[in-house]
Write a protein that binds this ligand. Structure first.
Ligand SMILES: C[S@@+](CC[C@H](N)C(=O)[O-])C[C@H]1O[C@@H](n2cnc3c(N)ncnc32)[C@H](O)[C@@H]1O
Length: 306
């Protein structure tokens, strides 16, 4: 794999993951029902400074209407991508899937929210992000359920297959992989390497949902300012976005060995229609990422037994 630029999440835990928790917590504080995603645990993963901001009407207005006004559409994307992933997971569970792997899980709270689904949840992330999550869980007095396994990994260096199998994933049983909000922080070679590992250990009918950042040349003129503001924002937090794809090619570029069928390759406009409709209490959805839903081909492809 090619070497990746320094990602400060490796040493101090992910700030972008914390911002996702802020978006989820703020949604419940500032927007109307029905929620796009109802995550009552998100507030526990938000640091004290952020909690003060979103907890105060005045500070929240200053933050959302002045300081980061341009970036607010990204906060809606944090909600819709999780909603999409969890809807796809629920369909998979109805077909019998019992292993849910969240890659770059950040401060996801699924294991706390949905014990009713009866799945084993593998939260896979950088060790520093997992440590930060454990700290915040402890501070909130939240005990991880038995069904939750934390799996430290660096997607740029480590072997996903070994890490997951050592953590109890059964490669003979089907798994559902949620890789939302992560591909853009990785090198293209790491994305492809890890997709191959998922094909190896995902079991029959494995599925993946992942989103990818629109390639620069595909960004309409009117959206360029939002892109630039976002790239600068995450860059300042030491978590640069480095991989981007053209939606016309993503289904083949990200699937060079043809191990996966492309179930969906969805635009943000589709998510806007499906999850937001006419509502205007949440910021308009950022048109910056597309979403791929892949299902492992029945043959399992050439890597099945490697
Ligand atoms: C923006 S957060 C996404 C959180 C969540 N998946 C979502 O959809 O909102 C990105 C996550 O990717 C993780 N991450 C970034 N680079 C990584 C790497 N090289 N290996 C493992 N995890 C990584 C970060 O620690 C962080 O938790």
């Amino acid at each position: 794999m090619t070497s990746a630029p320094t990602n400060r999440a490796r040493t101090r835990g992910s700030r972008t993951a914390e911002i996702v928790a802020v978006s989820r917590a703020r949604h419940l504080l500032r927007h109307r029902r029905p929620y796009v995603l109802e995550d009552p645990f998100a507030i526990h993963f938000v640091g004290n400074r952020w909690r003060k901001v979103i907890g105060s009407r005045v500070l929240d207005a200053l933050f959302s209407k002045v300081l980061v006004r341009k970036l607010m559409p990204i906060t809606t994307q944090h909600l819709t991508r999780a909603r999409f992933a969890e809807e796809c997971l629920e369909e998979a569970v109805r077909r019998g899937v019992r292993q849910y792997v969240i890659l770059g899980s950040g401060f996801d709270s699924f294991a706390f929210r949905r014990p009713d689904l009866g799945v084993t949840v593998f939260e896979v992330d950088l060790a520093a992000t997992i440590d930060l999550k454990r700290e915040r869980l402890a501070a909130a007095g939240m005990t991880p359920p038995e069904t939750l396994r934390f799996v430290p990994i660096d997607f740029e260096k480590d072997d996903l297959r070994t890490r997951l199998v050592d953590s109890g994933l059964d490669p003979a049983e089907p798994s559902f992989f949620n890789w939302m909000g992560v591909s853009y922080y990785l090198t293209e070679s790491a994305i492809l390497y890890n997709l191959d590992r998922m094909a190896e250990i995902g079991g029959p009918g494995a599925e993946i949902v992942l989103d990818y950042l629109l390639a620069a040349e595909c960004v309409p003129h009117e959206d360029r300012a939002l892109f630039d503001a976002m790239m600068a924002f995450v860059g300042r937090r030491g978590e640069a976005m480095i991989s981007r794809f053209d939606p016309a090619e993503a289904g083949t570029v990200l699937n060079p060995r043809g191990l996966w069928d492309v179930v969906r390759n969805e635009s943000p406009a589709e998510h806007r229609r499906r999850y937001l409709g006419e509502r205007n209490d949440v910021p308009p959805l950022a048109p910056i990422t597309w979403t791929l839903h892949l299902r492992k081909k029945a043959s399992g492809g050439p890597l099945e037994n490697s």
